[in-house]
Design a protein around this ligand. Structure first.
Ligand SMILES: C[S@@+](CC[C@H](N)C(=O)[O-])C[C@H]1O[C@@H](n2cnc3c(N)ncnc32)[C@H](O)[C@@H]1O
Length: 408
């Protein structure tokens, strides 16, 4: 038996230092290296024949690799912050725009000091004192105010996004959030940073962001806000789908994105986060979990193996067995719905690559790769196969797989 390795080069860790890919971190982002391999394998010979789709864009890794390779791509995500971020990452910027942003940045760093003692807007983040010391928070609020005065609030497809991305990085790097686990946790203490230190941080981050933005991207990639269970028609028939959808593992993207989303006003209050996560496949934040209790499936044509595993989870006699069984049912239900509508958006011969992970609930293994493959087969996809990409966890039998299929 061959030993399957953990391969951190196939995770978001590989992306951290890579030009635009490293701008903002999202743990469930997949590795640029893996996407590059998948994009390179696209079989069409002429660039113009390839049109890539990523229905679960996240931080737009697929779009950026595709565009940097010269391909065209459409991406979709349910989360408006990620749509904004993805478009900023995939755009080309002129030298003139970058020079203007530098001038703005110097004005912002000078001007915010005049606003330090004003009553500046504060994001409605729950227990904000766990994230930033009062001193650091005062500085961040004044910087935010100076950015708004200079460039306005973040706007879709506006170059001011580059400065806002740098501000998001600043916000996270001065916070007590620790990212040494699969999702975020908190360090014991918030740090107090002097204004000069924050200035250096901010200009340093801007240097990274604006430096990477200088290199134009050859291809054309755009991110749209949509629910991939009901993919809208764009008039394009996609030749390749390269994506990593959510896994059935109760990880909430909203949880990790909250600081960015509050500071950029994509989120204003806690209730909105739960509402958004209810629309997300596998969403599990706040109201999204309690709504599961009343959830009714719209389709019953799922593979019988999905119902088998849900029954096993339900019978496992744990406090939340019924809820978790519903969670798993809804996850595969929503992915089945996505695969069903996807058929109308594909070119004949389209190739699909879905990077997914398995999971366990109360010791019962949910073989995501097999269950999704059965869904694909039931819906008429062909040449379905799965291969292991990497081992995800040293203790448990958790792996990441690439599920492949074609549409004829
Ligand atoms: C695993 S992440 C994708 C990570 C991405 N490959 C990257 O490199 O950053 C899954 C994404 O699917 C999005 N998503 C979840 N449900 C969705 C839905 N119904 N429609 C569209 N996007 C959805 C989430 O917001 C999240 O960004």
């Amino acid at each position: 038996m061959t030993l399957v390795k953990q391969r951190s080069d196939y995770t978001f860790k590989y992306n951290k230092t890579l030009d635009r890919h490293g701008w903002l971190r999202l743990t469930p982002a997949y590795s640029v290296k893996l996407v590059e391999e998948l994009v390179r394998k696209t079989k069409m010979e002429r660039l113009n024949d390839v049109f890539i789709l990523d229905p679960f864009s996240g931080t737009a890794t697929t779009g950026l690799v595709a565009a940097q390779t010269g391909f065209s791509a459409h991406l979709y995500d349910i989360n408006p912050f990620l749509v904004w971020l993805g478009n900023a990452k995939c755009a080309s910027y002129s030298q003139e725009t970058i020079d203007e942003l530098w001038e703005s940045a110097y004005r912002i760093v000078a001007d915010y000091k005049l606003a330090l003692n004003d009553e500046n807007w504060e994001p409605g983040i729950h227990k904000i004192e766990r994230w930033w010391s009062a001193h650091t928070l005062r500085i961040l609020k004044a910087i935010r105010r100076a950015i708004v005065d200079e460039l306005g609030e973040p706007e879709l497809n506006n170059a001011n996004g580059l400065v806002w991305i740098a501000f998001c990085r600043l916000v996270i790097e001065t916070s007590a959030a620790a990212f040494n686990h699969v999702s975020l946790s908190f360090q014991d203490k918030t740090q107090v940073f002097a204004a000069q230190t924050i200035d250096i941080f901010f200009l340093d981050i801007l240097n990274t962001v604006l430096g990477a933005a200088k290199t134009p991207v050859m291809g054309d990639a755009h991110v749209y806000q949509a629910d991939s269970r009901f993919l809208p028609s764009s008039g394009v028939y996609y030749t390749h789908v390269i994506t990593s959808p959510p896994y059935p593992n109760r990880i909430s993207y909203i949880r990790e994105l909250r600081p960015y989303m509050y500071w950029t006003k994509f989120l204003q209050e806690a209730r909105e986060a739960g509402e958004l996560d209810w629309e997300a496949i596998g969403g599990t934040w706040g109201i999204a979990t309690s709504r599961l209790k009343g959830w009714q499936p719209e389709r019953s044509d799922l593979p019988s193996e999905v119902f088998d595993v849900c029954k096993m989870i339900e019978k496992s006699e744990n406090k939340n067995s019924l809820l978790m069984s519903r969670y798993v049912h809804k996850y595969f239900h929503d992915m089945h719905q996505h695969f069903a509508v996807l058929r109308d958006r594909l070119a004949v011969g389209a190739q699909l690559r879905y990077v997914v992970g398995n999971s366990t609930f109360y010791g019962i293994r949910v073989d995501t790769e097999k269950l999704l493959s059965l869904s694909l087969a039931q819906l008429g996809y062909e040449n379905i196969s799965q291969r292991i990409v990497r081992k995800r966890n040293s203790k448990k039998e958790l792996f990441e797989y690439c599920v492949s299929a074609t549409w004829q």
